[in-house]
Design a binder for this molecule. Structure first.
Ligand SMILES: [Mg+2]
Length: 417
């Protein structure tokens, strides 16, 4: 094993706890955070009390009311969660600069330079937990994992008791894995679990001890990754230190059309994917490029540096449409590409931007959060809805669709994915 000491934390029942923190009357009660206050809405986050009566994330309002008629529903308030996160992350930043923000309520901290033993790392973990309670809110709890690799640290906090700290080292790793279902591991679900089960591997200790070449002949390189992860072999490390040079997406149109709203939809999707990857890595961009291929005029596009850093999907879309909109009204495209460059870590003070920019950043981040819970493009922006069946995401899904209205921005929807 490497000598690194990585800490992962994950806020417990985050959105609902922030609501309970803000309104003490909600504490100790089953609370469901909904994307929109409709009678058939979907609960996107439930409080620990709601979970205790069986109301899980993704539960429908009518189902929730059946489980617990007194369930209190609160409409989602992204800016509240975002600002609370910033306070939590800034406490963490006092301990190490090596932080990889993983989601709105999760991060990895590399404590290697700060502490020299796991005992000290646990002290840091407990101190951060206490400081979150004292300085951000007494109702906020987080689970923490301390381990020599990034993967094990997350596995430890995923499996830790709520509000607890789990330490995994070479000494206790195999006894900790003993008898645990493979699906408890970060990244192992349905299909992979089924393949492992064909090999006779149903628990994590079996996976760790299985001859790696046999796993690889069934699952390929992915099999090696699974095996290496549970054995405490570092595969990637923290990602915050290696920002990419550029982030972008492209798309070939399979439909020949003059429908300008269709072009807008496709471009919005590219902007959303690009923006999401930017924000997931905690980056902002100082440059943007865009390209289209037109039936008559051929390849058209360009790139430019921008004064105000780009963070939100809306910002990306505005730049691209400003540059290509005219061209697209006169010709028929069959290809689009959007990309961002001059990438830098995001500056946290949203006040640096004008209010409008920060609003759209917060909205983007809230959408990212919901998408990462429900799968890519669960929530899509208005123009995406017009894509219809032709460009529906090619994934098998089971979620039902509900209409949502978000912060006054119309036409958002949980799509059937
Ligand atoms: Mg959480």
């Amino acid at each position: 094993m490497t000598k690194k000491i990585i800490l992962h934390f994950d806020m417990n029942s985050y959105f609902a706890s922030v609501e309970q923190q803000a309104n003490p009357w909600l504490r100790g009660k089953p609370v469901g955070v909904v994307a929109t206050m409709t009678s058939n809405g979907c609960i996107i986050a439930s409080s620990r009390e709601a979970k205790a009566v069986g109301i899980k994330t993704g539960c429908r309002v009518p189902e929730a009311r059946q489980l617990y008629p007194g369930i209190i529903l609160i409409e989602v308030d992204p800016s509240k969660y975002r600002s609370t996160s910033q306070r939590i992350f800034s406490i963490c930043a006092e301990y190490t600069e090596a932080i990889e923000t993983y989601s709105i309520d999760e991060a990895f901290l590399d404590l290697s330079g700060l502490v020299s033993s796991y005992e000290q790392a646990v002290q840091v973990a407990r101190t951060i937990q206490r400081r979150i309670r004292d300085e951000v809110g007494e109702w906020l709890r987080c689970s923490m994992g301390v381990a020599p690799t990034r993967w094990l640290a997350k596995f430890a906090s995923d499996t830790a008791p709520k509000g607890g700290v789990v330490v995994l080292t070479q000494n206790n790793l195999y006894s900790y894995l003993q008898g645990r279902d493979v699906e408890q591991a970060w990244g192992i679900a349905g299909a992979t679990a089924a393949r492992l089960s064909e090999l006779g591997v149903t628990t994590l200790d079996q996976l760790a001890r299985y001859p790696v070449s046999n796993i690889m002949s069934s699952l390929g390189i992915r099999g090696y990754h699974l095996w290496a992860n549970v054995n405490g072999i570092e595969l990637g490390g923290l990602e915050a230190k290696r920002p990419p040079k550029s982030i972008g997406h492209s798309h070939v149109l399979r439909r020949r059309t003059r429908d300008i709203r269709f072009y807008q939809s496709v471009i919005m999707r590219l902007c959303e994917r690009t923006g999401r990857r930017l924000r997931e890595q905690g980056l902002q961009a100082g440059g943007i490029y865009y390209q289209t291929r037109l039936e008559h005029r051929g390849s058209v596009g360009g790139s430019k540096k921008v004064h105000h850093p780009i963070i939100s999907t809306t910002q990306i879309y505005r730049h691209v449409w400003e540059a290509l909109g005219d061209e697209l009204s006169r010709d028929i495209p069959n290809f689009f590409a959007v990309g961002l460059f001059r990438l830098q870590p995001q500056v946290n003070q949203l006040t640096l931007f004008n209010k409008r920019a920060s609003m759209s950043t917060e909205l983007s981040q809230a959408l990212d959060e919901i998408n990462s819970r429900y799968g890519e493009e669960t929530i899509v922006r208005g123009p995406l809805l017009r894509l219809g069946q032709v460009h529906a995401p090619d994934r098998v899904g089971f979620r039902q669709s509900v209409e949502a209205e978000f912060n006054g921005i119309r036409e958002l929807q949980y799509g059937k994915d």
